[in-house]
Design a protein around this ligand. Structure first.
Ligand SMILES: NC(=O)c1ccc[n+]([C@@H]2O[C@H](COP(=O)([O-])OP(=O)(O)OC[C@H]3O[C@@H](n4cnc5c(N)ncnc54)[C@H](O)[C@@H]3O)[C@@H](O)[C@H]2O)c1
Length: 347
């Protein structure tokens, strides 16, 4: 079992992945500044993992942009077990916010990643799993989207992810020995089936799923559906939703491959390969929750595409991994979390 460092491990995807990695027997040090998460998430990860595994999780509060905080985090791994790999989730992810605050996005996402990579180099760790995004593909020309599709981001968030991908290319080419997986997530949703951990967006959710679940629980009056005239069967936009537990398991699989195989740079879509429209999600959520989800169709939003769906075959081939949970599971587990925690972790 390996000693791992997880940045942003208290966040939505990080907390679920931390649980899966603890259950796989790894030792974890999590570095998070809690700018978009709560320490309570990691306390619950420990509770779900059980007392033995809980001891294998160390939490460091700090910032990926700080060399001193990174040194402290590497030092928090037990002396006889240097960090074997880093899983890098820490970052900012709201598209609209990135348009308003590009400097902050470039700072955290690009400068933060650069600082982390420099610390990895200094501490002799050259294995990295990086959270990339399907946002890179912009308005895709071919759907399902293969990894070879052009990188053409259309907002500062996407540009910052593309820049980190480029930096990783340059780094891997500069020195042998790097083992890197760039994982391009599609639309992660749902929650751990226990309902103890889940997505806890602050303010008005940017994404469809948390919005729908907040309408179902009565926290918001109705959903706005952006565009009812897309060239899709029901006129609403189509996305590839992936259950966060499938995504977490994808990280474990990527890590296993990186640690077992010779150095390489892997670039993989993590998605289900299946598209669901906004109206499909509304209906599935109503069925899972037994609650109505009132909605109103409004104008299209700038920067949205009609349909983005992953071609997931490369990940299946390289990782032996594919999604196992469908839309009904995503809604059931997301609802379970929402109902038990109507105000998230309360941070
Ligand atoms: N959720 C999605 O839809 C989605 C899709 C594609 C890619 N991603 C990427 O996956 C990663 C994780 O996403 P998430 O949904 O779990 O987001 P999240 O906001 O829930 O988690 C990110 C975590 O990073 C922490 N963080 C932010 N800035 C930091 C800093 N400077 N130093 C230390 N910690 C910091 C936050 O406190 C939070 O705990 C992000 O890089 C995101 O861009 C997310």
């Amino acid at each position: 079992m390996a000693q791992l460092l997880i940045t942003g491990g208290a966040g939505f995807i990080g907390s679920h992945t931390a649980l899966v990695l603890l259950e796989a027997g790894h030792n974890l040090v999590v570095l998070d500044n809690f700018s978009n998460s709560a320490p309570e998430a990691l306390r619950r990860v420990q509770e779900l993992a059980g007392p033995e595994a809980a001891q294998r999780l160390t939490v460091v509060e700090g910032d990926i942009r700080s060399a001193a905080d990174l040194d402290r985090t590497f030092a928090a791994a037990p002396g006889d077990q240097p960090v074997a790999a880093v899983i890098h989730f820490a970052g900012l992810k709201a598209v609209g916010e990135s348009v308003r605050e590009p400097l902050r996005y470039w700072d955290v996402n690009l400068a933060g990643s650069r600082q982390l990579l420099a610390a990895m180099q200094a501490h002799g760790c050259r294995t990295l799993v990086f959270s990339s995004s399907a946002t890179l593909y912009g308005y895709p020309e071919v759907v399902p989207i293969p990894e070879t599709a052009p990188i053409q981001p259309i907002n500062p968030y996407g540009h910052s992810k593309a820049a980190v991908e480029q930096l990783l290319d340059d780094l891997a080419a500069s020195e042998p020995g790097w083992r890197i997986a760039r994982l391009r997530y599609f639309n992660p949703v749902g929650a751990h089936p226990s309902g103890r951990i889940g997505e806890d967006p602050s303010g008005v959710p940017n994404n469809l799923f948390p919005f729908v679940s907040q309408v179902a629980v009565g926290r918001r009056a109705e959903l706005q559906v952006f565009g009812g005239d897309w060239p899709t069967p029901d006129g609403s936009g189509i996305r590839d939703y992936i259950h966060v537990m499938d995504l977490a398991e994808g990280h474990r699989a990527a890590l296993d491959v990186l640690l077992a195989e010779p150095p390489q740079l892997l670039t993989l879509n993590l998605g289900s390969g299946e598209g669901h429209s906004v109206l499909d999600v509304v209906r599935a959520f109503e069925a899972a929750s037994g609650r109505p989800v009132p909605f109103q169709i409004v104008a299209r939003r700038d920067g949205d595409a009609a349909s983005t769906v992953a071609d997931p075959r490369l990940a299946a081939e390289r990782l032996g991994w594919r999604t196992r949970r469908g839309l009904a599971d995503m809604c059931r587990d997301g609802w379970c979390w929402q109902q038990a925690n109507p105000h998230g972790y309360g941070h």
